[in-house]
Design a protein around this ligand. Structure first.
Ligand SMILES: Nc1ncnc2c1ncn2[C@@H]1O[C@H](COP(=O)(O)OP(=O)(O)OP(=O)(O)O)[C@@H](O)[C@H]1O
Length: 358
């Protein structure tokens, strides 16, 4: 799918200098979801006409199968002081961690239910009595506003103690979706991914959190690396479905975090089996147990299985959180959260202090 976008974009002549976009090295990422093509571009020349750029991209993608809308995100250029700090290898200012445990929830590819799992793990942590926050760092398809029933919420507000998170189902929440409208096509100039992540970590009035869950962007590219390196993450939970393809992707995600020396807390298998809402019987549609075997293979703990259950989709469309209830799916999330918290204690390293180099 992204190949189609890439080949449509490659010949586009950049309005700023007439170079072909494909040869400019400026495409940082692209993705197509629900008809919305999101194109992330590296910074262009100063004073670049962003409206012309967006119009050119929209035109290039017109007629590409499945594209109904186009969003263009242009990363912000490094400021001069940041550039010189980076050139001299000097660290930027250290940042205090917003929670004792910061847990990233990642997947190798989109659509495996990562956001659903991240949101419900947060809900399960609240149930376990923990002060919990969720940071939705998925720029391509921020889904926390929908899952938490906050799609129509106003944007984030700055109070005396910093940016005020929203709160739903007991979870404190910030989302890229509150900055970049879920539906609006927008040229996002201001903060690039790392910039926004840094603001979410340092300028949000999280209060005194026991656990902060980060819903990572799907995939294993620059955006993921930026988040992994930009936050003092205690460990990562990888979500996969039992299918072989998804498992291959989960392995890539694990390798990415291994490289950044972030401990893998374990794998969660989503859509493990179909749990019939009428008779309660389980049917193994995709060959249950793949993620458990995969976890063994990469030497990571297996944290649990979440069934495929219509209630999960219905609930997230209605802004309800299944984990807040007490049905079998809620219990599965609580068990997985307990396993995750046990492993994060084991992986906990004292007082992480991080630096940003952009
Ligand atoms: N276990 C499940 N049972 C039923 N539906 C599920 C389950 N997990 C996720 N879904 C549904 O699948 C869809 C995709 O889920 P979600 O948005 O969480 O995936 P994701 O991996 O975060 O995808 P994306 O990367 O696109 O955000 C949603 O409609 C969600 O409600």
């Amino acid at each position: 799918m992204t190949d189609l976008l890439m080949s449509a974009l490659a010949p586009l002549k950049l309005p700023s200098d007439g170079r072909a976009l494909g040869e400019s090295g400026r495409i940082a990422g692209c993705d197509l979801r629900d008809g919305v093509a999101t194109i992330v571009l590296k910074p262009g020349p100063e004073g670049e006409d962003l409206d012309a750029l967006r119009a050119a991209v929209a035109q290039a993608l017109e007629g590409v199968a499945g594209v109904t809308r186009t969003r263009v995100i242009v990363e912000a250029a490094l400021t001069a002081p940041a550039r010189s700090r980076q050139a001299q290898g000097q660290p930027a200012k250290p940042v205090r961690a917003p929670a004792r445990r910061i847990i990233a929830v990642a997947s190798g590819k989109g659509g495996v239910g990562k956001s659903t799992v991240a949101a419900n793990l947060a809900g399960a942590c609240v149930k376990l009595g923990l002060k919990t926050g969720l940071m939705d760092a998925d720029i391509y398809g921020p889904s926390a506003p929908r899952i938490f029933g906050l799609s129509d919420a106003p944007g984030l507000r700055k109070g005396d103690d910093g940016i005020e998170p929203l709160e739903a189902h007991g979870v404190k929440l910030v989302s890229m979706g509150f900055l970049v409208g879920e539906r609006d096509p927008v040229v996002w100039r201001g903060p690039m991914v790392t910039g926004a992540i840094r603001q979410f970590l340092t300028e949000v009035n999280w209060g005194d959190l026991d656990v902060l869950i980060i819903d990572m962007p799907p995939g294993t590219g620059d955006a993921q690396l930026a988040v992994a390196q930009g936050a003092p993450i205690s460990g990562v939970v990888i979500v996969s479905t039992p299918q072989t393809l998804a498992l291959d992707d989960a392995r890539k995600a694990a390798a990415l975090f291994d490289r950044t020396e972030i401990p893998i807390l374990g794998l969660i298998e989503n859509m493990s089996f179909f749990l019939c809402p009428h008779c309660g019987e389980g049917t193994e549609i995709f060959g249950r147990g793949g993620a458990r075997a995969e976890a063994e293979l990469i030497g990571a703990p297996f944290l649990g299985e979440i069934p495929l259950h219509p209630e999960l989709r219905e609930a997230s469309d209605e802004g309800r959180l299944v984990a807040s209830g007490d049905g079998p799916v809620a219990k599965a999330f609580v068990r997985a959260a307990e396993a995750m918290l046990t492993h994060v204690e084991a992986a906990w390293r004292p007082a992480p202090e991080i630096v940003f180099t952009d």
